[in-house]
Design a protein around this ligand. Structure first.
Ligand code: F6P
Length: 351
């Protein structure tokens, strides 16, 4: 392979390095890619299979040999690496989860862990690695890029919390799942004239909560990005609704807000309206991907392979201004993203 930039016995601290930016490199002398590994890492997301399928099929069409790495970086360490052909990704497009399986591997972030992964890539003669996952997974890829392994990232997480991209694979399916569950909860809340307090996923971000809250006509949506006044933003809205003859109340809480049980208890104590908590949890991570997730995953997979064909390494695929593009991995991981104030304002106008 011979792409390692450093003598591993004299390796500077990986944290102090920068991944080469191929926008500034004359790649005419860089050997073309022959063998490519693909892995999924971090929390699974519906559409990851569609992304793997696209990477594998587009990679084979480009003349690459494609290898699946099982269980994320953990499997890379252990050499759980198998050749994939076009048939091995048949019947995966519509399946939730990731057939390559996934893991959260904190120890991969140590210099020793990264080197171990690089050595395994060398042993399997993999020239490049495509990583499908969230920010944490990108950091693992960036560490490999910093020591000379060409990487490409594809955004896969239900949270939509990757700064470099407007969209992450799995987000649409997770929101649709949450919306369908909340519609069902509304039926029973309405029959019992209750308040349903529902916690949705999103880690530190409120994207799922805000959109699902709009789509289900929630009374209140609590997200970590926006401070709230419990009396004004929750109790007052519920009481106003009751005065207007409402029979049920939906309060959506993003998991980053925490306190979901407390919120339900306080609503019940202050209003006398029975409140029930539902934590949708990992339900939101499963299920067959929606059309949007399948198409996004498929197009992003192709973009990843295009980067490898064009020898534009160390890129992360992104949706920007509605277009699929790619961003330098170092720059992408420096970006930040917050919920658009317009969306917050619109949700307020509806609530
Ligand atoms: O990042 C995806 C996500 O589902 C978050 O929304 C949630 O906070 C977290 O993963 C849960 O992680 P785990 O699967 O390790 O419980």
């Amino acid at each position: 392979m011979g792409r390692l930039l450093y003598d591993e016995n004299n390796l500077p601290e990986i944290m102090s390095l920068k991944a080469p930016n191929y926008d500034n490199i004359d790649t005419s002398a860089v050997e073309p890619i022959k063998r490519v590994g693909v892995l999924t890492s971090g929390g699974d997301a519906p559409g990851m299979n569609a992304a793997i399928r696209s990477v594998v099929r587009a990679g084979i069409a480009a003349g690459f040999e494609m290898y699946g790495v099982n269980r994320g970086y953990h499997g890379l360490w252990k050499g759980e690496i198998n050749k994939l052909d076009g048939r091995s990704v048949s019947e995966t497009l519509q399946r939730g989860g990731t057939f390559l399986m996934t893991a959260r591997s904190k120890s991969f972030m140590t210099d020793e862990g990264v080197l171990k992964g690089a050595r395994m890539m060398e042993a399997y003669e993999l020239d490049a690695l495509v990583v499908i996952g969230g920010d944490g997974s990108y950091k693992g890829a960036r560490a490999l890029a910093r020591i000379g392994i060409p990487v490409i990232g594809i955004p896969g997480t239900i949270d939509n919390d990757i700064a470099s991209t407007e969209y992450t694979i799995g987000y649409d399916t997770a929101m649709n799942t949450a919306m369908q569950c909340i519609d069902k909860l509304r039926d029973t809340a309405s029959s019992h004239e209750r308040c349903s307090v529902i916690e949705v996923m999103g880690r530190h971000a409120g994207w799922i909560a805000l959109n699902v809250g709009i789509a289900t006509g929630a009374e209140s949506i609590l997200i970590p990005e926006v401070p709230y006044d419990f009396n004004k933003d929750v109790l007052r809205v519920i009481l106003d609704g009751r005065n207007k003859g409402k029979k049920h109340y939906i309060v959506i809480v993003a998991e980053g807000v925490e306190r979901t049980d407390d919120i339900a208890r306080q609503i019940e104590e202050a209003t006398g309206i029975e409140a029930r908590t539902t934590i949708l949890g990992h339900l939101q991570r499963g299920g067959s991907p929606t059309l949007r997730d399948r198409t996004m995953a498929s197009l992003m997979g192709i973009r990843a392979i295009d980067c490898l064909i064009e020898k534009r390494f160390n890129r992360i695929v992104a949706l920007q201004n509605g277009e699929i593009t790619d961003v330098d991995i170092e720059a992408g991981l420096e970006m930040s993203k917050t919920i658009t104030p317009e969306l917050i304002e619109q949700a307020k106008r509806l609530g």
